[in-house]
Unconditional design. Sequence first.
Length: 102
Amino acid sequence: MAGEKYEKYGRPVPPVDPAAEYMTVQETAYVLRCSVGHARRILKKLGIKSKPGRRIMTNQADRAHIYESSRVGAGAGAVRARSSAISRGRERKASASKAAGR
């Protein structure tokens, strides 16, 4: 079951006004249709920070930048997918067989 902090900070929340100038990370994630964790990772990559102990707030320009960077795919906001253990195992076997001269 989800904890109290997750319920408060980890879930996207619909904003009162979707066209508001400033939004929290939770509201930003709701508007961009992504998880709060993904929104936080993108904000960190783009260098959008807040003071320790304060909420991270985004303005309309930040949200537009996040949207464009994630839309492009390979831009600053793109998060690479982890490679699976299966594909890593295949790569190791292929390199080992090449090294052995097979």
